[in-house]
Ligand binder design. Structure first.
Ligand code: SF4
Length: 423
């Protein structure tokens, strides 16, 4: 990978803010924590703050949107993901978007903005995909103060509240700074200044993060938002923030030109174009995968004996390929071997190629990553129970296939697969 010019990030280098722009790709709708100042609502182009976007994109739509943005604003040098939730509450979408960007625009700088809760398992992926800048939002380094800022923190399927939740989050955030720096990634710490809650503590945040190697701190004054627990706290002015920046600046460089951008911000920092590109973003959010338009006469089935849909996508060593029969009903066309297990997302790209003439795949269970990747290639994934012929009828003749859907949530604890996995 050729070295990128990291000075061309307008947020990390004020001197480039007049000539280099950024685009936020809103591919991450879910969040894994709840901050007491956050209210993620969509579709308000007049509102500028993180968490707000005019639409959510799938990775292939984000790649298409990127092309259109670059046509209209070639000064964009940075592509980032900053929500509207958290990139690592949506890791499959985040990594696939970065992969597509890296494939089509390796010259761009890639940037991620996260609360740090879910980032640790993906540090190597981030580095391999060429992400050069990561922002972690840390507003407290004391769980007693963190407990006032976060309503809850979700770790897997468990929700933690109070100091326990704040402590888990803090551990992950500090480990994230360390891990990112070990991989040579530039780290910015965003700290929300919340009067009466953490303003007396924010210099301590600077000290701790600097000691772990963070490069720059960005103190963001709280923007009181309706329908949140902090709606009544007044926005701190310059008289509050400037002395804090001065004091913290002894420990870590301070950012002074942040615009509190939306999750779909685009353009130069001083000339945001998210309002004028809102229609383009919304049009991209309605795009269908290109491949969906190709002729797809068949349906792939994960089955052990050819009668029932009863294999998980990841454990199927081969797929039966079914089509419509000229005499009515359905016919088995052939059996196709599945790609080798254990090659991560590459395995699903290979499976999409193997099934390129299939409009759908029927299986007993499927993970989120393979579902997303196959659907991007125009192959619907249905996790269903019952006879193959019944399910084929729904796919070929229409109707609500939900009637056959497997009644367990996902393939987590309830997974009864053979252990080959969907990874
Ligand atoms: S919110 Fe601040 S740091 Fe993030 S893109 Fe906007 S100016 Fe840069």
């Amino acid at each position: 990978m050729s070295a990128k010019d990291t000075t061309r990030h307008p947020c990390f280098n004020k001197d480039s803010a007049g000539s280099c722009g950024r685009v936020h790709l809103p591919v991450a709708p879910k969040c894994n924590i709840q901050c007491n100042y956050c209210n993620r609502k969509y579709d308000c182009v007049n509102e500028s703050r993180p968490g707000v976007t005019s639409g959510v994109l799938k990775p292939f739509q984000a790649a298409e949107y990127m092309e259109k943005v670059l046509e209209k604003e070639p000064r964009i040098t940075v592509a980032g993901i900053a929500g509207p939730g958290d990139p690592f509450a949506n890791p499959a979408e985040t990594l696939e978007t970065m992969r597509l960007l890296n494939e089509h625009h390796p010259e761009l700088l890639f940037c991620l903005s996260s609360n740090g809760m879910g980032i640790l398992p993906y540090l190597d992926d981030i580095a391999e995909l060429g992400v050069s800048h990561v922002t972690i939002t840390i507003s407290a380094v004391d769980p007693a103060i963190g407990a006032k800022i976060y309503a809850w923190v979700k770790d897997g399927n468990v929700v933690y509240r109070g100091e326990k939740g704040a402590e888990i989050l803090l551990d992950r955030q500090l480990a994230a700074i360390k891990g990112l720096k070990e991989r040579g990634i530039t780290v910015k710490v965003n700290s929300i200044v919340i009067p009466g809650v953490n303003d007396h503590h924010i210099v301590e945040v600077a000290k701790v993060c600097a000691s772990l190697g963070a490069d720059i701190q960005n103190m963001i004054p709280l923007k009181p938002t309706a329908d949140t627990p902090f709606a009544h706290i007044p926005e701190p002015g310059r008289e509050t923030v400037l002395p804090l920046r001065k004091e913290a600046g002894v420990h870590i460089e301070q950012m002074t030109h942040c615009k509190r951008c939306r999750a779909d911000a685009v353009g130069l920092l001083g000339n945001d174009q998210s309002a004028s590109l809102c229609g383009t973003l919304q049009a991209c959010s309605r795009l269908k995968p290109l491949e969906a338009k190709m002729a797809r006469p068949f349906v792939a089935v994960a089955t052990r004996e050819g009668l029932l849909v009863n294999q998980h996508l990841g454990e199927a060593g081969a797929f039966q390929i079914w089509g419509e029969s000229e005499s009515g009903g359905f016919r088995l066309v052939e059996e196709r071997p599945a790609p080798q297990a254990g090659c991560g997302p590459k395995r699903w790209a290979e499976l999409a190629a193997v099934l390129k003439d299939c409009r759908a795949v029927l299986c007993a269970a499927v993970g989120e990553t393979p579902r997303m990747l196959l659907e991007e290639h125009g192959i619907e994934c249905h996790a269903v129970d019952g006879f193959i012929e019944d399910a084929l009828r729904y796919v070929f003749e229409g109707g609500d296939i939900n009637a056959l859907k497997v009644r367990r949530s996902g393939i987590g604890s309830g997974c009864a697969g053979g252990g080959a996995g969907c990874g």
